[in-house]
Design a binder for this molecule. Structure first.
Ligand code: ADP
Ligand code: MG
Length: 399
């Protein structure tokens, strides 16, 4: 789960980490009121969307010369003007895709006198089973280009979670960032605090870009992105409460209400599968047969009729879907019960695209019989390869 910049900064501040003062706003009036509570005279008004690249982004509704989603403002009037231009409009950045994201929240924050912009992120490195702290002296809006053109300017310091953060890790980070004197000391402390916050909150990825050194030599977190391990959210009610469903794919939100693991993809074959491993294999074999999956969907081990119906509806809401492949292994749940669920769900949703079903496991013969006698144009398949070939062929035939 992702959260907004202002929420991430709240969490970091709770861990004693220095962030500029700021206040979130949902309306122009709130943005003005927020600015009045800040010392001024320099403010920054920042669009709050779950995507980076806001500074270089463009608003669809404004002309091409208009500024992006991070605006410096020299007065309360300029804050008001920026808020009016941003709220309700659609910001397109390198990370939003062409459709962009509507800006519904702003963050009005202190303007900072920047001496240098650094990059610092923390993530779970699955290869080493450790936490990686990735840092660079070349922070700011072009970190992707730095990684591509001058990878030697990016340094990784790994921390073994069994051992925890040690003073030498802090020194390595400060050294990689080429800091000296008091700023170097601040950096060592900050790296430790960030690691503690990362672990305590079950963060999956924490990116600070930029981390800035001010003209006074202080280190400040100027921008941050945080995403969390969904499986650990139950331990952090305060983080869970920060979820902003308007930022998420509506189908994915609906799926989570039914406890379905659903991720939308770009293809045209809807998949309904039980078990993540089988779902991955199904997607692979669809690709092998020359088509692309429209989604990943794991209905879970105990796929009830209600779940199957909800899954069908979610898949069919996607206009790109031209056929559905159901691939279910009846282990805990018997095949005849699953077949009943599929038939009644298909009738419920007035299925309008080809449907291929592959069932395997307990009571498979009974299940196939139910599908055959349903009167619905369901194509039954014998194994995974057969199922993939059939759905690809059916979709081609229908087109
Ligand atoms: P994004 O990464 O989405 O473009 P940032 O918050 O990183 O958004 O802002 C982009 C740039 O705007 C930063 O690299 C920094 O130069 C400038 N900036 C952001 N916040 C402030 C601030 N509070 N004071 C001064 N400059 C800022
Ligand atoms: Mg940034």
């Amino acid at each position: 789960m992702n959260i907004h910049e202002y929420q991430a900064k709240e969490l970091l501040a709770e861990h004693g980490i220095a962030v500029p003062k700021g206040i979130a706003a949902m309306t122009v009036e709130e943005a003005v009121a927020a600015a009045k509570q800040l010392p001024g005279p320099l403010y920054v008004v920042k669009a709050q969307i779950h995507a980076g690249g806001r500074g270089k982004g463009k608003f669809k509704e404004l002309d091409a010369n208009a500024k992006g989603g991070v605006r410096l403002a020299q007065s309360i009037d300029e804050v008001e003007h920026a808020a009016k231009e941003m709220l309700g409009n659609t910001l397109v950045t390198a990370q939003t895709g062409d459709e962009g994201k509507q800006v519904n929240r702003l963050y009005v924050t202190d303007g900072v006198d920047i001496a240098h912009e650094y990059y610092l992120s923390l993530l779970v490195d699955r290869a080493s089973g450790q936490v990686a702290m990735v840092v660079s002296t070349e922070g700011g809006m072009d970190i992707e280009a730095v990684a591509h053109d001058t990878p030697e300017k990016i340094h990784t310091i790994t921390i073994d979670p069994a051992q925890g953060f040690m003073p030498h890790h802090g020194r390595a980070v400060a050294f990689a960032l080429e800091l000296s004197g008091d700023t170097n000391k601040q950096c060592q402390k900050l790296a430790g605090q960030l690691y503690e916050a990362f672990m305590a909150l079950d963060v999956e990825m924490l990116e600070i870009n930029p981390l800035v050194e001010t003209k006074d030599g202080d280190l400040l977190v100027l921008d941050t992105k945080m995403s969390f391990d969904g499986n650990a959210l139950y331990r952090h009610k305060n983080v869970e409460a920060m979820r902003d469903e308007t930022e998420e794919d509506p189908a994915e939100v609906e799926a989570s209400e039914y406890d379905l693991a659903y991720i939308k993809l770009d293809g045209n074959i809807g998949c309904m599968v039980n078990g993540a491993g089988l779902a991955m294999a199904t997607m692979d074999i669809i690709k092998l047969n020359g088509a692309f999956p429209a989604n990943f969907l794991d209905v879970g081990g105990g796929a009830t009729k209600e779940k199957v119906t909800a899954a069908f509806k979610i898949i069919l809401k996607d206009d790109a879907v031209e056929g559905i492949l159901v691939n279910i292994f009846g282990g805990i749940m018997k095949c005849d019960i699953i077949a009943d669920g599929i038939v009644s769900a298909a009738k419920d949703v007035n299925l309008s695209v080809p449907l291929v079903v592959r069932l395997e496991g307990t009571n498979v013969e009974k299940g196939k019989e139910i599908l055959e006698n349903s009167g619905l144009p369901i194509v039954s398949a014998d194994d995974l390869g057969d199922a993939a070939r059939k759905i690809v062929a059916e979709v081609k035939k229908a087109a």
